[in-house]
Design a protein around this ligand. Structure first.
Ligand code: GDP
Length: 458
């Protein structure tokens, strides 16, 4: 048999499948991204604009359809609901997903070098997953025991006020006292309230992640624990000797349960099986929220990225052999700034992730940074301003007002005190544009697709 024919048969027989995961902290833009990605692929070969994806540019991408997913235990990504929101009058942003969800696409394409077998189209099965980045913030928690985790939590600066309710209640607890279950549940709820308030206020570096997005665990005792302040003064040997019904031993038990039964299974059952990953970051949102939140995002991202650092001695490679072989990190909502600011936005994302990126390169995980808008809600225009052309954005605010504005310059390096004093950033949230049929408008979603799946469509 000629060699080419053998290769063709092998190609055909091989199960061509790719598991692509999308993550990011709440409101980073995961739901919008996945909705648009599915929409673009379904319109591929028709109206979708995917010029940065060679398979599409060369007319080889023939289309995609949804097929039944493999793991029936994982909720399906609510694509139809998301499209219905975007098609409402006036258009609305889709409601965000809260836990893990999945959708399977079967993509039809023609290979770039046609084979010997006639009618040469191929299929790629693309499994898409969406899960909260907050879950990844829990990885470092696996390296702690309860006492060291307590010591690592921070409640200073603006956080002090947000956690004040909980701090009042824990202040005079004695680790040795006998546990009162009902009281413990109440204090845990105060702690969760503090985390939620901090999240609302724009903080990102918050643990445990499931307290923010409990899903089906809402109200379960495994989510009823909290750090005990002041443990640095306690003798570890004395703490270890406390009886099982003491407050300390109860909290420590729940902490261990959370590690073993919540954090580890996510890595073991899902994360371990992803082939490719995109991490979405709302850099502009953090820039808009001010210096303390920006710092906090930087800390949270450094933590989150540890899940992709498979250096030989990393915690993950000790747990199992991860297989993500390509990673993208993307600054989302790029349509909030004028086009000449886009390279600066990518630059800022890279500055924000400088340290984790160094580790990833060291660990040999190929990674690409970009800026994109999954669902472009504005249009770029130019106006005359004192005889000069000035770039502006045109869009409709959430309240329905048409506006023309210049939101500001994106710094390319981490903003210093001077930036915050001088300039800041004015961020206006826009309503999605009504869709005149066809695929959703986007910015560089095709560049993300090229990096994440392009090599599988050749
Ligand atoms: P998730 O919590 O990560 O799933 O985030 P969502 O996808 O729900 O996005 C949060 C919000 O960010 C949306 O409701 C929109 O207001 C905004 N958003 C997300 N993507 C875009 C985008 O591409 N352009 C614009 N202008 N806004 C976006």
């Amino acid at each position: 048999m000629p060699r080419n024919l053998t290769r063709d048969l092998l190609e055909r027989g091989r199960d061509r499948q790719l598991r692509l995961a999308v993550t990011g902290l709440s409101r980073a833009g995961k739901t919008a991204f996945l909705t648009s990605l599915i929409d673009q692929l379904r319109h591929a070969g028709l109206e979708a604009r995917l010029d940065l994806l060679p398979a599409a540019r060369e007319g080889r991408l023939l289309g995609a359809r949804r097929v039944e997913q493999q793991d029936l235990g994982v909720p399906r990504f609510p694509f139809d609901r998301a499209l219905a929101a975007l098609d409402a009058d006036p258009p609305q942003w889709p409601a965000p997903t809260r836990g893990i969800s999945e959708l399977r696409l079967s993509i039809r394409y023609r290979p770039s070098r046609p084979g010997w077998i006639g009618g040469d189209t191929r299929q790629l099965t693309l499994d898409l997953f969406d899960y909260p980045g907050e879950w990844l913030l829990d990885l470092p928690l696996l390296e702690h025991d309860f006492a060291s985790w307590c010591r690592a939590q921070r409640f200073d600066g603006e956080r002090a006020a947000l956690f004040a309710g909980w701090q009042r209640e824990v202040a005079d607890l004695d680790p040795a006292q006998e546990v009162d279950e009902a009281r413990l549940a109440e204090i845990a709820e105060r702690y969760a309230e503090g985390l939620r308030a901090a999240r609302e206020a724009g903080f990102s570096d918050l643990q445990p992640g499931r307290f923010l997005l409990p899903g089906e665990l809402e109200g379960a005792p495994v989510l009823q624990f909290f750090p005990l302040p002041g443990l640095d003064k306690a003798d570890p040997a004395v703490l270890a000797q406390l009886p099982p019904e003491s407050l300390y031993a109860t909290l420590a038990r729940r902490f261990r349960h959370y590690q073993q039964h919540i954090v580890k299974p996510f890595y073991r059952d899902h994360f371990r099986r992803f082939d490719r990953q995109i991490v979405l970051v709302d850099v502009l949102g953090a820039l808009n929220a001010g210096p303390e939140r920006f710092e906090d995002l930087s800390r949270a991202l450094t933590r989150l990225m540890q899940s992709f650092d498979y250096g030989r001695r990393s915690l993950l490679s000790r747990l199992f052999a991860p297989r993500i072989d390509r990673l993208a990190i993307a600054a989302t909502k790029a349509d909030h700034v004028t086009p000449e600011q886009h390279p600066r936005l990518t630059g800022l994302l890279q500055a924000l992730l400088a340290e984790p990126l160094k580790d990833l390169r060291f660990a040999d995980v190929p990674v690409r940074a970009l800026s994109l808008a999954a669902i472009r809600a504005t249009e770029a225009r130019e106006v005359d301003h004192r005889g000069q052309r000035q770039p502006v954005l045109r869009g409709t605010t959430l309240e329905g007002e048409d506006t023309l504005l210049f939101p500001g310059e994106v710094p390319t390096t981490l903003p210093d005190a001077g930036f915050w004093r001088r300039q800041g950033f004015t961020f206006t949230a826009f309503r999605p544009q009504p869709r005149a049929g066809g695929a959703l408008p986007h910015i560089r979603l095709d560049a993300a697709l090229e990096w994440l799946i392009g090599d599988k469509l050749t």
